[in-house]
Design a protein around this ligand. Structure first.
Ligand code: SF4
Length: 410
């Protein structure tokens, strides 16, 4: 049995560095086209070269997503793009469309290919088929049960990657036309507007314009709203299944999401690997995940159909904490430069978090804004400002800062 890789999203350079700080073994990123998630910041070709260098120096693998389904009129542009990125030392491309696979084979025959979840592989024969096509890894569809994962690993002989955490589609792993139909944005070209998470009303055919609220609670009703996947409690079964890679979803999510999810899964995976018999899922890990903005958690299809636990009817998001800043630089005398992301005021009780579930709290007693026209004391620092403030011992750059959300929070 191999220790599975922990694979994290990197929607831009800052997210990539955060993922590495919090323990990713590998990251996946997209270019400005053809990688789905076209609404994430993504990477230009020169930025990809910098990212690859940064990751490889730290022993982290990098996969490029080329998993959209291009129409004929996009093929020329795709070819140009693949020729541009061909010299870059990506560890693999993540692909879905057989036409794209064919084109990569022509341009970069030595490139490892990972089959995207968009290709909907749910059985061992499909996995074996892709292996025979020269694909080295399949990311199984989220609709795969644990039993099917085990059988696929055993019978196909191909490396498998499974999603452990993140958003779910209500449709078949993203093969959905809802966004195309309602917002003119094609999910399979990376432009999903997520209409499945909108709030819906009921309209009777003979009364157009009369919207009847269908209310589960004061938040409304989110009839298509899938809960988010969280397989933390089943990590041992997934490791024992022989899956080669555990993947976290979320190239569009913020660095606070990446930090919290990774530090939990990193520690859980390391603890299980070090001592499988003595391992137990710690309550503080689930507490940490519940502090993130999420739509309620589900184990998805791991044990069969999710049925009533798969949808979240009560609200769009649950969030107990808010991200307020990042440690940019640690200075002498217990001081640090903080990049403010959400207003910080004197008297705020802040929590500093780092890898390995490191956490320390502190009450803000002083804030100095670092400004090119001169530094000044303030009672309240605003987003995008750099401030100098006292910090707890042991914090390092890239650690994040959050505070409990109250009704007074902005
Ligand atoms: S609308 Fe929802 S179900 Fe459809 S692709 Fe987008 S996120 Fe997935």
């Amino acid at each position: 049995m191999q220790k599975p890789e922990l694979l994290a999203p990197a929607g831009n350079m800052e997210k990539l560095k955060t993922a590495i700080h919090y323990g990713a073994d590998a990251v996946y990123l997209g270019g400005r086209a053809f990688g789905l998630r076209n609404l994430a910041d993504n990477f230009s070709v020169p930025e990809m070269a910098i990212a690859l260098n940064y990751c490889h120096e730290r022993g982290v693998k990098v996969y490029l997503t080329v998993n959209s389904y291009p129409h004929n009129d996009a093929l020329e542009r795709l070819e140009q793009y693949l020729r541009e990125v061909a010299p870059l030392p990506f560890d693999a491309y993540i692909v879905a469309d057989p036409g794209v696979i064919d084109l990569v084979r022509e341009i970069s025959p030595e490139r490892q290919l990972h089959l995207s979840t968009q290709a909907n592989t749910i059985n061992w024969r499909s996995a074996r088929f892709w292996k025979r096509q020269g694909v080295s890894r399949v990311n199984l569809a989220r609709e795969t049960t644990l039993e099917a994962i085990i059988e696929t690993v055993t019978r196909s002989g191909i490396e498998t990657e499974v999603f452990v955490h993140g958003a779910l589609c209500i449709s078949y792993s993203g093969r959905c036309l809802l966004s195309s139909a309602m917002a003119g944005r094609d999910a399979n070209q990376g432009e999903c507007a997520h209409p499945c998470r909108w709030n819906y009303h009921l309209v009777e055919e003979q009364r157009p314009g009369e919207y009847f609220p269908v209310v589960e609670d004061e938040g409304g009703t989110f009839i298509f709203n899938s809960r988010d996947l969280c397989l933390l409690e089943h990590l041992p079964e997934l490791v024992r299944s022989g899956a080669a890679s555990l993947k976290i979803e979320g190239r569009m999510k913020g660095i606070n999401y990446i930090a919290s999810v990774l530090r939990v899964y990193r520690q859980a995976l390391d603890e299980y690997w070090a001592d499988p018999n003595g391992y137990r899922c710690r309550p503080e890990w689930m507490d940490e995940l519940s502090k993130l903005s999420h739509r309620g958690y589900t184990t998805g299809f791991l044990f069969g159909e999710p049925r009533d636990v798969g949808q979240e009817y009560h609200s769009a998001y649950i969030r107990s904490h808010e991200f307020v800043g990042r440690v940019e630089e640690v200075r002498d005398g217990g001081m640090a430069v903080i990049g403010v992301r959400n207003r910080i005021r004197l008297g705020d009780e802040l929590e500093f978090i780092g890898p390995g579930m490191r956490s320390a709290s502190l009450r803000v007693e002083g804030l100095t804004v670092l400004d090119s026209h001169g530094n000044y004391e303030t009672a309240s620092a605003n987003p995008n400002q750099l401030v100098l403030m006292a910090v707890p011992a042991g914090i390092v750059p890239f650690d994040l800062i959050r505070r409990e959300k109250t009704s007074a929070s902005n």
